[in-house]
Design a protein around this ligand. Structure first.
Ligand code: NAD
Length: 465
């Protein structure tokens, strides 16, 4: 029975997992190569910014400690979760460099350990990585046999930054890739004591689990991209409104409403790299993964289209406000954020860009130094802007009032990618409100669609005659 857990890699995901295990009553020992991270945990503080993490660590500090020593952690626990970075390499695959180093240290510790120990990889990897690359490292360094002396599992998490703790404790399911029955059973038992919602476990081979993890992420990105494509189509049909379409679409139980919005593209540390990695492994396996490739390229094409839209509205030198700089609301993370990419592209095209985000201002400044002026409020941005881009559906932006948009310009253009101010700005005389995904010019759209169907109409009328 598992009583003591080690968590190797106390970053954005690992630190929250360690805190959750401690909160659920387990003795937890965390390992990180960064002394700063180890010191933070040992003083009862969160080593990374994540909702609720500080409180959870400090409330459970008698059951959680950290060390720089993999050996100390392995010798003092029954199971190890490894959550180290697996950055994309130049081929688009996930690098195993950090994981291999961690497995080497764990292997050395296993050599000194009496009794069974389960080693669980949580980091995102491609099929084959755990069994073909990391397991041999454990066997070589320990001089022991996987399956007989220690367990090997692959068990990733499906969490979103900003809600890691809630998601970890309340998953839809837990995914367990197992070398054998023994290690899989032990992990399932453990999860049943950790999750708060009685989520079922999906147990399978390690390779199937490696594929399932990346398949979940890429499926979601495909769904997002599909809705974004519908939004573009809706802009070009008379009366088009993507919310009307996706609302009905989501009612189909085969489809569902989640991630079906029609807005800016996806970003963040995980989603953008997963389609590239999936196409890499598919190609290596001789399988066509055009769907993954096209999803990625459609998502990346959005930034350029937004810049072109702005160019049609305002001249170079004009001030554009970007409201929302993180890749999503309630986050300080700007990695692969489309707002950041838009701000940068606009600045390079000669626009003056001001921006605001409730949490990500500092990160945006360091990403975009010199390309953007980050202001302390949305209202301050609105005072200066001729064009306003609302790039995240942050609740703070939904509270903006028409008068907040009044400034020296006779008309301010607002492109609202999430349509959060539709009922508020639509009929304001000094605002040209452009809800993304809605027909902006019904007359032009009617003309275009009439032309498309002109020939068919003539043919149809002929048959009627
Ligand atoms: N962040 C997410 O939203 C998320 C979601 C699902 C999966 N993942 C996956 O989880 C893994 C970790 O992601 P993250 O965002 O937590 O990374 P991170 O960069 O925030 O944290 C990784 C931590 O591991 C430490 N580390 C590196 N090598 C180590 C070693 N040999 N031993 C001990 N510690 C070591 C680093 O110092 C760092 O503190 C990645 O594979 C990622 O793809 C992340």
């Amino acid at each position: 029975m598992v009583e003591r857990i080690s968590v190797i890699g106390l970053g954005k995901l690992g630190a929250s997992m360690a805190a959750c295990f401690a909160y659920r009553g387990f003795e937890v020992i965390g390992v990180d190569i960064s002394p700063k991270v180890v010191d933070a945990v040992n003083s009862g503080k969160a080593p990374v910014q994540e909702t609720g993490l500080d409180d959870l660590i400090s409330a459970n500090k008698e059951r959680i400690r950290a060390t720089l020593s993999h050996e100390e952690a392995v010798l003092n626990s029954d199971i190890s979760f490894v959550i180290v970075p697996t950055p994309s390499d130049e081929r688009g695959a996930f690098s195993l460099q950090y994981a291999a180093w961690a497995y080497k240290e764990i292997g050395k510790a296993l050599a000194k350990k009496n009794g069974y120990h389960n080693v669980v990889l949580t980091s995102t990897v491609l099929p084959g990585s755990t069994r073909q690359v990391l397991m041999p490292v454990l066997e070589k360094e320990s001089g022991k046999k996987a399956g007989k002396d220690f367990g090997v599992c692959y068990s990733p998490e499906f969490i979103a930054l900003g809600s890691v703790i809630r998601d970890f404790l309340n998953p839809d399911f837990t995914l367990i890739g197992e070398l054998d029955e023994r290690c899989g059973e032990q992990l399932e038992q453990l999860y049943s004591k950790v999750v708060e919602n009685g989520a079922p476990s999906a147990r399978m081979s390690i390779e199937n689990a490696e594929l399932t993890k990346i398949a979940v992420n890429t499926f979601v990105t495909t769904k997002i991209t599909f809705a974004n494509m519908l939004a573009e189509i809706c802009e070009k049909i008379p009366g088009g409104n993507v919310d009307v379409v996706t609302k009905a679409l989501g009612m189909d139980s085969r489809i569902g409403h989640k991630y079906l919005k029609g807005a800016l593209g996806y970003g963040g540390p995980c989603f953008p790299r997963d389609n590239i990695a999936l196409s890499f492994i598919a190609k290596e396996l001789g399988v066509s993964a055009e769907l993954a490739k096209i999803t990625d390229s459609m998502n990346r094409s959005i930034v350029g289209k937004v810049v072109e839209k702005v160019k049609k509205i305002a001249n170079q030198g004009s001030t554009v406000a970007v409201l929302g700089l993180a890749y999503k609301p309630f986050s300080h993370v700007t990695e692969e954020s489309q707002s950041i990419q838009i701000a940068s592209a606009l600045s390079k095209s000669g626009y003056r860009v001001v921006g605001y985000d409730p949490l990500a201002g500092e990160m945006a400044l360091s990403d975009l130094h010199g390309q953007i002026v980050v202001l302390e409020s949305a209202k301050r941005c609105l005072q200066q802007a001729e064009v306003v881009l609302i790039t995240t559906p942050d609740p703070e932006f939904t509270k903006l009032k028409p008068e907040d948009f009044k400034n020296e310009f006779s008309k301010v253009t607002v492109i609202d990618f999430w349509r959060i101010l539709k009922g508020i700005l639509e009929d304001v005389p000094y605002v040209r409100y452009i809800p993304f995904g809605c027909s902006e010019d019904d007359q032009a759209n009617t003309k275009r669609i009439r032309e498309i169907w002109h020939f068919a109409k003539e043919e149809a009328l002929k048959t009627v005659r």
